[in-house]
Design a protein around this ligand. Sequence first.
Ligand code: EPU
Length: 418
Amino acid sequence: MQKLVIRGGPRLRGEVRVSGAKNAVLPSIAASLLTAEEVRLTNVPRVKDVETILTLIADLGGAAEASGDRVSLRVPKILSDEASYGLVRAMRASILVLGPLLARFGKAVVALPGGCAIGSRPIDLHIAGLQKLGAAITLEHGYIRAEAGRLRGAEFAFDKKTVTGTENLLMAAALAKGETVLRNCAREPEVADLAALLNKMGARIDWPDPDTARVRGVRELGGAAHEIIPDRIEAGTFLVAGALAAGDFVVRGVVPGHVGSVVEKLRVAGASIEPEGETALRVVGRGEVRALDITTLPYPGFPTDMQAQAMVLLTQAEGTSIITETIFDRRFSHVNELVRLGAAIEVRGDKAVIRGPAPLSGAEVVATDLRASAALVLAGLVASGETTVTEIEHLDRGYERIEEKLRGLGAAIERIGT
Ligand code: EPU
């Protein structure tokens, strides 16, 4: 079992480059199921979730080759139409193969994901949308079984914004007969990046307004080459590190517009964040943090995937801050661990009340989800003494070599164990 050991204190300096977005590359890899031709992706982050979805593509019968930050995929035919519970349990985003398998091969069997560390996370809207396009769907023995002849275009409004739900429907509708109109779509940059790849593959997707996608179905899609957008959550995590650890460094490879809501809050907290050219941001932490309130919302609101990291910053703020989590119903698993490090946080329903500044003191901590683990690493940067973060397989699902990147900025952080 590997662990990260962090010795708090060093001020972070220099520069760090963010990798490609995990949540953009996963649907892009799933999109390769829509064509027999080659899909070539660059700026692919080397993270565990990418390995998991490549294993899934290979299990289905596709050929995937990965080298450095490049992945090439080819799925001339499939040998199986089933995403097993083992893989879906390892990574809920496996649900992203449902739409493409159904649209191209007329059948898909995908394990029901169930709950997870951050909440109940139903997939009813993926299913309702695919049914609207003509799929017959049954749920039995823990699996979703979907069948259809050629899907038919339809109008569908999501009751609630869903990122992977919107992505599944865009992929399915791309090969449907006729026009599909999807309303109340998620507007996350990862959704737009997938739509851009699909259009390069020959899909006809446009956006009459930012929440509405119009998809004019085509018979076949072809190959394409696509560069994945930078990971705005990784970028945001480094920006919090700078604000927290009185840093002064440059985060490179960012789309500044994608981190707007995070930058806004960090500025209110007292950090200076300024552009350096078009794809970099310089963060300067002033050593003093101001209390503030945050409510997580769908994009362009403050991302739930930055909630845990922001909470660490607010433990060091002068005064009381309140974080309201509106996206997931159980995404506070980091709170108890932060309290073990000395933070003063109380959870009341969907709110966490954070009183600061609370000096943090290093201890062994464990997190059960990706962003919670990142938060604990950030806490370790300012805790006195040594913080050991265990079960870092969660962290490795979505952050590429985070300890190397932080070490490059001067942090005292080591990965130990095998
Ligand atoms: N929801 C439903 N019904 C559905 C689908 C979603 O009620 O059919 C609800 C969810 O329960 C939740 C809300 O809608 O309350 C939003 O969930 P969404 O479907 O948008 O989440 P997701 O697509 O499963 C993606 C990211 C998550 C990120 C969320 C929210 C990927 C692969 N995952 O999940 O990323 O937190 O959107 O932005 O894109 C992470 O990277 O750490 C991570 C968890």
